[in-house]
Design a protein. Sequence first.
Lengths: 270, 99
Amino acid sequence: MKLQDGVEDHEVVIEIGGIPIALQTTDSGFVSLLKGRYRDYIKAETNPDFTFRVELIAPDTFNPEDDVEVWFENGEWRLERGDFRVTWSQESREGLIRQTANPYSIDSVLRITHTLLLARAGGFLLHASSAVRNGNAYLFCGLSEAGKTTIARLAPSDVALLTDEASYVRRVSDQYVAYGTPFAGELGEPGKNISAPIAAVYLLKKAPENRIESVEPAEAVRRLLRNILFFAHDAELVRLVFESACAFVSEVPVYQLSFFPDERVWELIG
Amino acid sequence: MLTSKTYLAKSNDIAARTLGDETIIMSTIDSTIFMLNPTGTVIWDAADGNTPLSRIIEEKVCAEFDVRVEQAAEDAQQFVDELAAHGILVVSEEPISPQ
């Protein structure tokens, strides 16, 4: 594609959770970065659901200390942090990303955008590692240091990792499905780009021995909500995320998994 | 101080669900989460803006749980104060119309 001034325009379509999002930029170096970081999630020949133009800016254009803020104003979503400014319209399905040329900013923009899209579709992004074994997905949920990456590292060879950081949960037909994501934690590796119906969620707790205990529904919802990634100041979407968590717990069993960090923990899974 | 003229209503700025005999409530303003035990759930369910708290305590709480009215009223005071402080419950000396 050529722009009017002769500068070549590039488009990369990144499909996560079955939602293709196109990123357009004139910077070939940034295109290489995207193609490397999201290599297993790039879809050629796909009509994107949303298209974002990416405008690269100089470092320190914004105040790097600014925390993330997400809100809806005048028909557009606005996402702001010290390293990016984004506007996008769900109606026109187009947006503008202004950010420095680094992978962490675009990673965060994609995560936040997906949380907004999922909120209206009965799904969410969860602080959890997830994996597929014998055709079923299992989620391992917890805040930092809970053991998400540890569980992922201990996975035996018959297990396919979907992520060690942010699990992608969508309601598809009449079941909840977990998708692989490129959002990596300490493991530093993108998840496998596959999906599977979710069989169980395990709330992680490191312990001297392995044990699985059931969790009462209200407590399960409370602990899931603590781990759902959601950034928008938007009462309607907050209510939808709450309803999604309640609906999820009514269908998917949630357990506490106390585990000693060695490979024996996987004898209890799947 | 809670009196026979204390009326309670649920805030509009919340999402709530009763699961089993507990209730989980989330503020849609700041995403704060509250868990109500079975006694709190009984008060919450009865907080319709028209039933005085004293009647909720006598007819619901004391009827369902083995607790004296005085003790139930003291516990209810603490419960109502906390939820009202977070904007989860609206408290008034007059019946509260739906907003």
